[in-house]
Design a protein around this ligand. Structure first.
Ligand code: COA
Length: 381
């Protein structure tokens, strides 16, 4: 028995924010903050804030725009955060709602009815609450059978979720498993942080992972995989249930100690992440190709995590050689920005229709933890 990928789903929010819109709002905030703190700045007690820049953002990251669930409040210099009203417990929570939309698309793509699905895994970076698990709510919305649970491996949640689904199938717990990645990344992003305010967007993706005896004729065989973690403080979010037990901690490890830049939202040392993660991932891919007897040049495509375009180009060059074409490592971060665990799955969903039977590719995630996952797939039929 084999576990294969039967289909994928993608839910994209209606609204998008361009770099120019985001920078205009950020710079209005800078003017306001500097005016309000003019005396302290003059006295040398505070550093004046500096403008953000749309050209810098595109050059440094490759991001041109991002889809968001809540646009106007993010762009309002008085708010600079999404506003998603709390819902009564009787209504579906927002994370479960968008997860169910992506999952339903994956089911519809192969005509699978929900009751034939035996497990749902919600695998993402930011879970809306402690419990009940969002996945159990998704199970209830869709009407799937069996069981459901949440897991979080940050940007690598989708690949780790996919491997977990395979394990459940091999272990006989389920024959059909939905792995869903709802990512509302804008709610963990500090839009007042010049170094990071452009990084993230919102989205939800889904993978239907099934035993090959029930999968549709056309599917993706998994021919090799590897999961890796290595502890690092370079990408961190200290939000958690113990925050209330330490009210004196007003962002001890926050971004450069500046008031308003709390470590209870996303913080990173982007330059260090870039330098450390590129070799880690390139080595992992090259080594796993060797272990699985795959010539890297036979990989038609690498659907890489979507954090930084320059990072992906470097990884692709290290693995495939200097003459790498952009189609071999397709880019979605220009339009979607970083969507954490969903990034490589959006790339796979949007850039895999041209595969012929027998052709191979690689889904590869990397990010906070550090964590990295490599899943080699081969198209069947
Ligand atoms: N507008 C204008 N200038 C900016 C800016 C902005 N929004 N943000 C930073 N800068 C400036 C910095 O102040 C710095 O100026 P200096 O040289 O005068 O000190 C300069 O640009 C370079 O900053 P740096 O942070 O070194 O930029 P970078 O080239 O490393 O790009 C990232 C920043 C975040 C795009 C990049 O490091 C990255 O993407 N790293 C990988 C992150 C990653 O994969 N994270 C995973 C998250 S899940």
């Amino acid at each position: 028995m084999k576990a294969v990928i039967s289909s994928t789903g993608l839910w994209t929010p209606e609204n998008s924010i361009s770099n120019e819109e985001l920078v205009e709002s950020f710079n209005a905030y800078v003017d306001k903050w500097n005016a309000e703190n003019a005396e302290a700045i003059e006295a040398g007690e505070l550093d004046a804030l500096t403008y953000s820049n749309a050209e810098f953002i595109e050059k440094a990251s490759g991001v041109k725009s991002r889809y968001v669930i809540s646009k106007d409040p993010i762009l309002d210099p008085e708010i600079m955060a999404p506003r998603i009203p709390a819902r009564p417990n009787e209504e579906p929570s927002i994370l479960a709602e968008i997860a169910a939309k992506a999952a339903q698309q994956a089911l519809d793509a192969v005509g699978r009815s929900a009751e034939d699905v035996g497990a749902v895994i919600v695998a993402c970076s930011n879970l809306q609450r402690g419990y009940p698990a969002i996945a159990v709510e998704v199970q209830s919305i869709l009407g799937t059978s069996g069981f459901a649970f949440d897991m979080n491996v940050a940007c690598s949640s989708a690949t780790f979720g996919l491997e977990t689904a395979r394990g459940l199938i091999f272990g006989g717990q389920a024959k059909s498993v939905l792995v869903v990645n709802p990512e509302i990344c804008t709610a963990h992003l500090n839009f007042k942080d010049r170094d990071a305010h452009f990084i993230f967007g919102d989205v939800a993706t889904a993978l239907l992972v099934e035993s090959d005896d029930m999968a549709p004729t056309e599917h993706w065989e998994i021919i090799g995989s590897k999961l890796v973690t290595q502890f690092s403080n370079n990408i961190r979010n200290n939000f958690g249930f113990l925050n209330t037990a330490a009210p004196e901690d007003d962002g001890l490890h926050g971004a450069r100690g500046r008031k308003g830049l709390t470590d209870k939202l996303f913080v990173q040392n982007g330059r260090s992440v870039f330098k450390e993660v590129v070799p880690l991932v390139a080595k992992m891919i090259t080594h796993e190709c060797e272990v699985n007897g795959i010539d890297p040049h036979d990989l038609k495509r690498m659907w890489l995590h979507q954090a930084n375009l320059n990072m992906n180009v470097l990884i692709a060059k290290k693995v495939l050689g200097k003459d790498v074409e952009i189609e071999q490592a397709p880019v979605v971060l220009d339009e979607y920005a970083n969507t954490s665990s969903a990034g490589s799955i959006i790339a796979f969903h949007k850039h895999s229709d041209d595969f012929e039977a027998g052709e191979t590719g690689l889904i590869c995630s990397f990010g906070a933890g550090y964590s990295a996952g490599a899943i080699f797939v081969r198209k069947v039929a």
